[in-house]
Design a protein around this ligand. Structure first.
Ligand code: PMV
Length: 339
């Protein structure tokens, strides 16, 4: 049976989350951890999904009609599987061909933690499915279809996560309209000394986007100024990144964090981690992604271990990963499954 495996990386948002939804630029970087999706054509028109490892602690899976509900220890419902199903439907429409398929998915990072796994799942599925059908999509097409999948499952999404998981490296993304965006590849030091911390997520991306929108409705001028200021600091951060000016980058991370806090997307647990990292010597630290729990990043050139220990003592988990991993790709050989 013909089988194709594709993979796509997770990401950290360096600067500009939330403001990116309102047309400001964001800087985002792929990480070394990936989602793998294998596709195998079936003889019938069914889609079967097997998620061998989505790194979900204490998972319960429920079948409710056509919907598969995945729930974790934290009581959070994750719709990772919805992205696979929607990816097959949307790419089938795009290519105007549909065949039943078995999909196997495996993730090297926790799903739903703010590392862009849903976009990685969507893009790796599109790539594996198109390839097993004999189609070679251009990267631009892949990113655009991936964005459609995210929007269809989430309702609202910027093209940030689907772009970075498609292209990899570091990119600057800006939304130009409801269906249009621009991306710019940025050449930076791939060994940027970043430590990722994680706390339990209390709110979903969608709800945090709504929270910011409501705040903006109540205080339009105030919130628009915060959003524009985030856009301005992204331009400064791009220069600092290109020039590898870590002190300036750290400072800008802290300013970005203050503005995210002003938008109401931080919480005590995230703030505890952020300040613990700074106290342990990080040059800067901030939420990465939507907030409401999930991940933070800390820039720690000299003292990564001390920063990790400080984050653990403040109740977080830490994750080590390389940065700037390659974008979505098809594997010519079956990648090894970790033990
Ligand atoms: O939940 P995450 O890590 O995918 O981050 C969402 C980032 C937002 O800017 C809040 C939303 C978006 O779609 O860009």
């Amino acid at each position: 049976m013909k089988r194709v495996t594709a993979s796509a990386p997770g990401k950290v948002t360096l600067f500009g989350e939330h403001a990116v939804v309102y047309g400001e630029p964001a800087l985002v970087m792929s990480i070394g951890r990936r989602v793998y999706v294998s596709a195998e054509l079936r003889g019938d028109s069914n889609v079967r999904i097997a998620a061998s490892d989505l790194q979900l602690p204490g998972v319960t899976v429920t079948f409710a009609g056509n919907e598969l509900v995945v729930e974790t220890d934290y009581g959070r419902t994750l719709s990772a599987v919805a992205y696979l199903r929607s990816a097959v439907d949307i790419v089938s429409n795009y290519l105007n061909v549909f065949r039943g398929v078995n999909l196997f998915v495996r993730s090297e990072m926790p799903v739903g933690a703010g590392l862009g796994t849903s976009a990685a799942v969507a893009v790796a599925t599109i790539l594996a499915y198109a390839n097993v059908l004999g189609y070679d999509l251009r990267k631009e097409e892949l990113a655009k279809i991936g964005w459609e999948v995210e929007k269809s499952v989430q309702g609202t999404a910027s093209p940030m996560d689907t772009s970075i998981t498609t292209f990899g490296g570091v990119i600057k993304v800006r939304l130009l309209g409801s269906n249009n965006y621009e991306i710019k590849k940025i050449q930076v030091n791939p060994s940027l000394p970043i430590v990722v911390g994680y706390v339990e997520r209390e709110a979903r991306t969608k709800d945090l986007i709504i929270k910011v929108r409501k705040l903006r409705e109540r205080h339009p001028e105030l919130v628009d100024n915060i959003i524009r200021t985030i856009g301005m600091l992204v331009e400064d951060a791009e220069k600092a990144l290109v020039g590898n000016d870590l002190t300036l980058l750290g400072e800008l991370m802290n300013v970005n964090q203050g503005l995210l806090d002003a938008l109401g997307v931080s919480n005590k647990r995230l703030s505890d981690l952020i300040y613990a990292a700074r106290a342990a010597g990080a040059l800067g630290s901030k939420i990465t992604g939507a907030g409401g729990g999930g991940c933070i990043i800390a820039l720690a050139p000299n003292n990564q271990e001390a920063v990790e220990v400080a984050m653990k003592l403040s109740g977080g988990l830490t994750m080590r990963t390389s940065l700037g991993g390659p974008g979505a790709l098809v594997h010519s050989e079956e990648p090894p499954t970790p033990q």
